[in-house]
Design a protein. Structure first.
Length: 435
């Protein structure tokens, strides 16, 4: 068809019976797929490096946000209802929660966010998310969902799939709004601003396996989001999944949406493709492993019942002074007795001094020097059934192996609200086990 391809050439000289060269033999091998795989590997390695940096930054911000959100909520409890102080503090709280949402996007990109893989009804997640988005998008944009009956359950985290769909649709909406603002006449000429979400079953054949060597599952689902927006310039297409890379005007995007999508899809052992034509539109296609069993119904939301306190003794270990002070204020209000340690070494010293009095340890996972993980192992070597609440600004990728969240060990993700900390402490103390 006249297109250019990469080839690998191997040559050898041919000789006659007298040893004279009488020809050349050449073998030409199509190297297009190898070149593509090499480029994909380089891109993945680059994003992996950026992700490690982003995850570290997000962890530090979550420490800061834990102190900000916690202290603001404590002051709000004392602020007179309807006062200017309450209004101002509420704005600070809202801003802090927006910042927490941004750090969660960073953690999603770096693949350090929490993931709960189980068979889910992805079709239901898509339809519900599209319904909510349709209520907020410009009325000129037509948002549609196409999904045949009998779509397999996906092996996925429903909350993270909701984030993926929202981020892709918001990205599509922005592209449509850019095109609408650039040329209003196009709408009258027959162009329609629309977003189409499509969900399909994929039963891999030989061609599919050859095209996607990493496809190991028996069945897949494809989730695509297409728009008729302004498209993505080919010169920048390779950068769209980098965090903070954006072509949007200041105030209209953080550059984290597509980065988070990329990280979430990687966590799900899937992959994402993008095709785009300038001034015609963009198509994102995600491939996810299908589940073998039926979808698991989503459980109800955590109740908002009043949190009860107690008189137990808690060893609170965190290298951030602001978080230790917050814990003192919050947990002492609930009647607990607090002991504190600023690092792993001090934590073990405190525990040895008062092991028979300590009912629970709240342990930061990421600390300078002796890590929280090392302290956790040592504590459990002394008292195997000691109740330990691990806290961190991110979930490590191999958390299940390193920190088995079962029995007398639980996990709370930073930034946490004061009542969430108190609830997690009480729930763990009430479990059967030590004391």
């Amino acid at each position: 068809d006249g297109s250019l391809i990469d080839v690998r050439v191997s040559t050898a000289l041919l000789h006659d019976a007298d040893g004279r060269v009488n020809g050349i033999m050449g073998i030409f091998t199509d190297a297009t797929e190898q070149k593509r795989l090499e480029a994909d590997l380089r891109h993945a390695q680059k994003l992996e490096g950026i992700g490690q940096l982003a995850g570290g930054v997000a962890h530090e911000f979550n420490n800061i946000l834990t102190a900000i959100i916690g202290n603001v909520e404590l002051i709000l409890e004392e602020a007179p209802a309807g006062s200017r102080l309450q209004t101002t503090l509420s704005r600070v709280e809202q801003a802090a929660h927006r910042a927490a949402a941004l750090t969660q996007q960073l953690l999603s990109f770096s693949r350090r966010s929490r993931i709960d893989l189980k068979p889910i009804d992805l079709r239901g997640v898509v339809e519900e998310t599209a319904r909510l988005l349709g209520q907020t998008f410009d009325r000129r944009i037509r948002l549609s969902v196409e999904s045949a009956e009998g779509v397999w359950p996906a092996l996925a985290d429903a909350g993270q799939m909701n984030q993926v769909i929202m981020n892709l649709c918001v990205n599509a909406r922005d592209a449509l709004m850019d095109r609408l603002e650039a040329s209003l006449g196009e709408e009258r000429a027959g162009w329609e601003p629309r977003i189409e979400i499509k969900l399909e079953n994929i039963l891999p054949d030989e061609l599919f396996r050859r095209s996607y060597p990493g496809a190991k599952a028996e069945r897949y689902l494809s989730l695509s989001v297409a728009d008729t927006g302004c498209g993505i310039d080919e010169a920048i297409r390779h950068r769209i999944f980098e965090p903070f890379f954006t072509t949007k005007m200041i105030g209209r995007g953080t550059g984290l949406g597509l980065a988070a999508v990329y990280g979430i899809v990687q966590l799900h052992q899937g992959w994402i493709e993008v095709r785009s034509v300038k001034n015609e539109g963009t198509l994102f296609t995600i491939y996810l492993p299908a589940a073998q069993g039926p979808a698991v119904p989503e459980g109800g939301k955590e109740g908002k019942d009043r949190v009860s306190g107690g008189s137990e003794t808690i060893l609170f270990v965190d290298d951030e002074a602001e978080i230790r002070q917050l814990a003192k204020t919050v947990l002492e209000q609930y009647g607990y007795r607090l002991l504190f340690a600023k690092d792993g070494v001090e934590a073990m010293e405190r525990f040895r001094q008062a092991a028979d009095q300590i009912d629970l340890v709240v342990l930061d996972l990421t600390m300078p020097g002796r890590s929280g993980e090392a302290v956790l192992k040592e504590l459990r070597s002394f008292v195997p059934d000691l109740k330990i609440l691990v806290s961190s600004g991110h979930h490590p990728a191999d958390r299940e192996k390193r920190i088995p969240e079962e029995g007398t060990v639980s996990f709370i993700l930073k930034p946490y609200r004061p009542d969430a900390l108190a609830r997690a402490v009480r729930a763990l103390l009430d479990q059967e086990g030590r004391r």
